[in-house]
Design a protein around this ligand. Sequence first.
Ligand SMILES: *Cc1c(COP(=O)(O)O)cnc(C)c1O
Length: 464
Amino acid sequence: MNDAVFARLASLARDFRASLRDQSPLPASNFPAGKDLRAKYDFAAAGRRSLEDIITDVSRWMESGTLQVTHPRYFGLFNPSVHESSIIADALVALYNPQVGGWSHAPAANEIEQWTLRALGSSLGWTGEFAAHFTSGGSEANHTAVLAALAARAPGYTAGGTGALPKPPRIYLSDESHHSFVKIARACGLGEQALAHAATDSSYRMRPDALLAEIERDEALGFTPLMIVATVGTTGSGAIDPIPEINEIASERNLWLHVDAAWGGSAALVQRLKRYLAGIEHADSVTWDAHKWLSVSMGAGMFFCKHRQALKSMFEIETGYVPATVEGGVDLYKESLQWSRRFIGLKLFFALAEHGMDGVGRIVERQATIADTLRARLRAAQWRVVNDSVLPLVCFTHDTIDGRSLTTQMVVDRVLARGRCWISHVTLPREEPALRACITSFDTTEADLDILLEDLRAAIAPRA
Ligand SMILES: *Cc1c(COP(=O)(O)O)cnc(C)c1O
């Protein structure tokens, strides 16, 4: 291998990160270099470009043709800045390319992942036995939860599919829950009709009385209530459903309780926030993404489940070719959706090993604190905050945004046009559209908030 190529890669990683704040987070429109891509890279004539040339081209394209979600002024969806250690870990994973699906192929990688997952599981207050594995993201983890619940509570499903079930199963979630469940219900053969959305309160949290009413109505109509999904950190407004009350309803009726904490789960590592997750220790399963608020590169989701047997009923198969399970080891291909499996967990191991659990918690907390500052400064500048999340997600509007002469879309467009910040807008139940800013970078500072506030002020200023 060529020293110069690795040196180039190293300097690229260093220089890009160092210069990011001085650049725009926004991509040049429409990737004009696409023509360049097609003209230069006709694969029929492959094998003629040096790795250095290819790195130069790809980095140029990635820098001009990508929304830079690791930028400190990407006030975006839950795509984080990434620790330097993620870059190192991803490279090491490619170097060794371990097959993590079977224990006997990769005991070291499996032990590193299970050790990491044990530590995070205990931060959720999970003290007993549990199964856990890494996933591509929250969607796969949520999908796994529904499948596990079906295996455990809908006898006949694994052999006969939904057709073998005497009554159609129902899944309860709030009207602000994640849309991955729509895809999951379709993909599991349940169909969207299996989803029952309970109404939320004025803070966009699931209303336990509405949940109970849905369940009772379904029972009368001849459905089988299967599971309840409580969301910790809704995508729209950062709401946290009341897990203790929901758990009471679930345990009285023997329903599977899944907590979708894909983004908000990281609050478990923050002393002043963890009380908002109370009750998560009672869940049957939990989704928690490391590639959101734990600032590791995509895709790194986590799935925790107290019922290993349910996972085995759903995923276990016997092959004539994979080496037998090793005593004491976990063969993940027998208890998860994936077969060939990447060493997803190494980047999270690196983050925890480098900073410690407390250190990672402090990094998470800093983002929550910056969001508190943003809320205070917005209010001081006569903006109205319309969500009351304790998580770093702020939805806000202003009296001048009347939906006619000035809309939230116009404000977003004007902020983006200045090229310094990325924000978006959101429509919450029973509210007019609002602006949405999420602190997703551990590098975001008060000086970045100054820039955002300045651009917001300019966006609502009367125009000539
Ligand atoms: C992001 C998110 C998901 C989906 O996770 P992916 O990692 O994007 O697949 C599911 N639920 C919630 C609450 C989320 O925030």
